[in-house]
Design a protein around this ligand. Structure first.
Ligand SMILES: [Fe+2]
Length: 319
C-alpha cells in the first residue's frame, strides 16, 4: 500500500488554550497555524505539521495519519477500503489537499495522505528551540481486544513489519510492535479495552532531553502531568517519559530505539512473564498506564464504543 511512515494525529481537546499551554508552552512544539478553534503544530525536525488540536465538546482522537509514497497509493487504499466494505471519505486540511480517511475493520480511524505543503526547515535554528526540543512524531500505540487478529491484518493487508512481540506460554499474542519507516514501530497494539488510543509518541534527540522535559514540568509545578518514567523499556530499548495532557491524552517522549531496515530483520519475542520487557531498570508502572486511554471517533465524529479484551490477566500483564 506504500505506507511510508506515521504522519500526523488529530486530537479533540476541550480547551484549546490549555492544550496549547501544554504542547507549545511547556513541551515547546512549534505552533504553525491557529484558526477558528484549530491549531497545527510540529516538531523541530519535521517539514509538515504532525499534531492538530481541535476545540471540541469532548476529548477524543479523530485521525491517525500516515504518509504514503505516491498519489497512486491513495487509489490502492481506496480500492482496499471498497473491497473490504470499510467506511471511507476524502477530506482536505491545511496544507494537505487530499486526505483519505478510512475506518479499518477494528474501528481505528486511519487517514492517509501523500501531498503536503512543506514548511520551512528549522532543524538548525537552535536558538528558536523551546522546551526539551521535540523533533518528530514517532508512533501510535493502540489498545486492542484482538491483538493477534489486528497484527496479522496489518502485516498481511497493509504491509507492516513485526519487530517485537509479547506472547504467553499458550502462544497468544498480548502486544506487537510494527513498523514501516525502519525503526521499532510506527504502530503498536496493546492488549486491553478497545479500540482506543493508548498513546502517541514524539522523538527527542537524546536521554538528556527526556530529563529536561521532566525538569520543565517540575519547574512549572506540573508534575501531575508525569505519569510514568523516565525509564528505559526492555521492548524497543527506548528511553521514555509518559505524560498526560490537560484532556488526559497520553503522550510519550521517546528516544534511542534502533534500526530495523533489514528486510530479514528477525522479530524479537518477549515472554509475558518477563518484567524486563516493560521497564529494564525494574521500577513499577502505575496502574493507570495499563487501563486508561483516549476514545476514538468514527468518520461521522461520534465516539466509538469499546469492548473489553477476552485476555484477562493481572494489570501488569496488559502487555
Ligand atoms: Fe510508545
Amino acid at each position: 500500500m506504500g505506507i511510508v511512515r506515521v504522519g500526523f494525529i488529530e486530537l479533540w481537546v476541550r480547551d484549546l488554550e490549555a492544550s496549547l499551554a501544554f504542547y507549545q508552552g511547556l513541551l515547546g512544539f512549534r505552533l504553525e497555524r491557529q484558526e477558528e478553534g484549530r491549531a497545527y503544530l510540529r516538531g523541530y525536525e519535521e517539514l509538515e505539521w504532525s499534531l492538530k488540536l481541535t476545540q471540541a465538546p469532548r476529548a477524543a482522537v479523530r485521525s491517525l495519519g500516515f504518509k504514503v509514497e505516491k498519489e497512486e497509493d491513495l487509489e490502492a487504499l481506496k480500492a482496499w477500503a471498497s473491497s473490504e466494505g470499510l467506511p471511507f471519505r476524502l477530506e482536505a486540511d491545511w496544507g494537505r489537499v487530499e486526505i483519505l480517511r478510512v475506518q479499518d475493520p477494528f474501528g481505528y480511524p486511519l487517514a492517509f495522505y501523500h501531498r503536503a505543503q512543506k514548511l520551512e526547515r528549522v532543524l538548525q535554528r537552535y536558538h528558536e528551540y523551546r522546551g526539551p526540543g521535540v523533533l518528530r512524531l514517532d508512533h501510535f500505540n493502540l489498545f486492542s481486544p484482538e491483538v493477534g487478529k489486528a497484527t496479522q491484518y496489518y502485516r498481511e493487508r497493509l504491509g507492516f513489519r513485526l519487530t517485537e512481540y509479547t506472547e504467553d506460554e499458550e502462544g497468544r499474542l498480548w502486544a506487537s510492535w510494527l513498523h514501516r519507516k525502519g525503526n521499532v514501530h510506527d504502530l503498536a497494539f496493546t492488549n486491553g479495552e478497545g479500540p482506543r488510543l493508548h498513546h502517541f509518541a514524539y522523538w527527542l534527540p537524546d536521554p538528556m532531553a527526556i530529563l529536561k522535559a521532566a525538569d520543565i514540568l517540575a519547574g512549572a509545578v506540573q508534575t501531575d502531568r508525569i505519569e510514568r518514567g523516565p525509564g528505559r523499556h526492555g521492548i524497543s530499548n527506548a528511553l521514555f517519559l509518559y505524560l498526560k495532557d490537560p484532556d488526559g491524552h497520553r503522550i510519550e517522549l521517546y528516544t534511542s530505539d534502533y534500526l530495523t531496515v533489514d528486510p530479514d530483520h528477525p522479530p524479537l519475542r518477549w515472554s509475558l512473564n518477563d518484567p524486563r520487557r516493560q521497564t529494564l531498570w525494574g521500577h513499577k508502572t502505575p496502574k493507570s498506564w495499563f487501563l486508561e486511554g483516549s476514545l476514538l471517533l468514527s468518520l461521522e465524529d461520534t465516539p466509538l464504543s469499546t469492548r473489553p479484551s477476552p485476555l484477562q490477566g493481572l494489570p501488569e500483564h496488559v502487555i
